[in-house]
Structures are given as structure tokens and as C-alpha cells.
Design a binder for this molecule. Sequence first.
Ligand code: 4AD
Ligand code: MG
Length: 430
Amino acid sequence: MKTTIKTIGKFSNKEVTIGAWLANKRSSGKIAFLQLRDGTGFIQGVVVKAEVGEELFQKAKSLTQESSLYVSGIVREDERAPSGFELTVTSIDIIHQAEGYPITPKEHGTEFLMDHRHLWLRSKRQHAVMKIRNEIIRATYEFFNDNGFVKVDPPILTGSAPEGTSELFATNYFDEEAYLSQSGQLYMEAAAMALGRVFSFGPTFRAEKSKTRRHLIEFWMIEPEMAFVQFEENLEIQEQFVSFIVKSVLANCQLELRVLGRDLDKLAKVQTPFPRITYDEAILFLTNNGFNDIKWGDDFGAPHETAIAKHYDQPVFITHYPTQLKPFYMQPDANREEVVLCADLIAPEGYGEIIGGSERIHHYELLRKNIEKHQLSNEAYQWYLQLRQYGSVPHSGFGLGLERTVAWIAGVEHVRETIPFPRLLNRLYP
Ligand code: 4AD
Ligand code: MG
């Protein structure tokens, strides 16, 4: 019977065949242990010389790392095995014998691993991270579909720059200049006026010269946008969404979290409501906690965010940032024009900002003035302004950075391990 490692438990005490790669091997004169992987999981194959005979035993012993195989064997329950099962091997067909696989079980440096990312992905740890990434994506679709949102796909090639003009990737669009999308938000606002509640999930690009553990040049963002939703309700939807994906990973990725050595108690503490502090309170907190240089009007850097996050078990919202720090589309606070109705959600344990969001300006004149003030091209934003001319309504939305969220939930230090092929400053290979 052909099966996969993930479903092998259904065939206890029966003979099965799996297609697999040899991840690792240990052997003595009498017994060989084959670490097999097939993409769905990992399992140990046991080859006992006294049972299989000399020929098959020698074949097993000669297998090289990452050789591809068809392996047949009897499925045995084994409570010591991470998957709960072991395979007593009865036959091996070699599909392709690998030679000199570069990533050996010894330690390798980061640059070496990054140069071999196409192979590094096969490792147990990377496999676990990719499975968690997939679970977060799956749970995202579940959450938004169950809450009446429609998935909408904004364009990647655009003529606008929602998050500032300094970090754009420009490209030729026949006779025009186009940019790779920094955010689908503006288009999602148009979609919300057509469909009410919408969300997108797609790649976004920032030509940021930042070399930190939180920055990618190409990253994936989930961007919900909601008509008739204001500042408060926006935060409630965010905390429900984030706690839902944490719960989903806890429920469906136990094995992967264990491979990564993630502290599960920390994830279990993620419960709604999340704490909220204003930007003003954050400044006060920082000056009282040794950050003497920071003053009202400054943006927060990673050390500031980390200091604030350390104070809480939960993700924390920082709200009402100074208008001057934020993009042109954010709605000013009616009682205090110098701050906007926005919030950044800061993950615990130093993983930084995972969400940026706000209520959007829905008054035509105010938005027009802001576009002018930010020296954006009036022409490129005509369509965006028109959304405020025909049945404008209060609306809000946010963007969750997938890779930072994966890093936090999986407990992975650097975002480079949370996306299959990271695009970083000075890295376009492989
Ligand atoms: O805060 P940002 O820039 O917000 C926006 O783009 C809004 N237009 C979203 C919206 O309201 N629809 O980015 C949102 C999130 C950040 O909180 C962060 O998680 C992630 O995107 N992010 C990055 N992740 C990895 N590398 C980068 N260079 C990132 N820049 C932003
Ligand atoms: Mg932001």
C-alpha cells in the first residue's frame, strides 16, 4: 500500500511503501537507522541485518544523504518516536543516489545556509517553519471567510506609493514608470466600497536599506479593509484575528512547535483583549525606563518597541501616533489634530511591529489637502480621491506582515527563515 509519513498511522502492523529521501543515517554491524522524510513528515526506518539479509542490509548502509528512495516496511507503533511510529524496513528501491550533499548534519554558517536555501528548506527546522507559515495562511482564510470578508487581489504593478516614496522599486511599464506594490491598501479601500469587508494576501516590496532581523525586501502582507468600521472596532477585529491564528497554530502544529523548541505557555497567554497604550504613554514609559533621548514626535526603533513589548505577555497596541510620522491617508483624531487614529501592534518577546493599521480619511477636502501636503501626484491619486466623492463612508483597515508573525509564533529569531526564498539587502540568490 502506498502512503505518506503523515498518514502512516492508519496502517499499524501492515506493510506500506513510501517515496522518501534519506535525511540522515546511523548504523552498526547489525542494525541501520534511516531518518526518512517525504515532505509530509519524518520517520525512522529500521533495517535489521538478521531479518533482511546481507544484501538489503549492505544497500541500506551504503545509502548517501538525500538519496531518493521507495522504501517498504511494516508500520510499528513506537511511543518514543516523535510521529508515534517507526518503519521496519523490508525493501529499498533507490531512485537516485545523491553524491556529496553539501548540508551535512554538522553546523553551518548562516551565509553558507543562505547560499544553499534551495536545499536548506529540506531540513527539519525549515520544514517546521514552513508548515507553521502554511497554517497561519490557512487560518487567515478561515478567519476572514467565516467573518464575512471577501478575498480581493490588488495589483502588484501600480502607479501609487501608499507608504512613502523613498522605498519604491521602479520598473518600466512600456512608456510609463510603474512601482512594485508596497501595500494593496488603496485598492482595498476601493474594494471595500464595493464589497463591504475585504481582505488581500499577497507579496509587497520595499526598497529599504535596512539590514535587521525584521526586514525583508519582499514580504507578504494580509490586508483587510472594512467599510463602516471605525478606529475601535478595527482594533477588536485585529486582536480577534491574531488570537485566532495563534490558537490555530497551537491546535494544528504541535509537532512543528516542538521541533522548534517553542515555549507554548507564552503562546497560550495570547488572549483577547490585548493591552492598549497611546503613543504619549509609550513616550512617557520610555523616558521613565532609561531612554533619555526620545521625545514626542520621534518614531520608535526596534529597541523602543522591544522595551515596551517586554512589559506585556500579550501583543500590545500603540495608538494615536503623531500625524507627522504616519502616511497621508490616516484620519486625524477629531479632538486632537496632531495625532491620528492609528495603531501598531507590537508582538511580544522582541519580534517587533506585526500590524500597522488605521481609520482612513473619508472627507474629500481633507484628503486632497494631505495629498498636496505630501507632494504626491494629484493625477495618480484621482481615482483614490473619487472614492470620497460618491458615497464616502468611515472605513478602516490594517496590514499584518506574515513573516514577522511567523517569526514570532514559531519563535524564530530572524525573518529570513520564515519565507521560502528571502529577498534581503544584497541577496537575490537563490
Ligand atoms: O506598517 P506598514 O508599512 O503598513 C502598511 O503598509 C499599511 N498600508 C497596511 C494597511 O493598513 N493596509 O506595514 C504593515 C506590516 C508591518 O506591521 C510589518 O509587519 C510588515 O507589514 N512589514 C514588513 N515585514 C517585513 N519586512 C519589511 N520590510 C516590512 N515592512 C513592513
Ligand atoms: Mg508600520
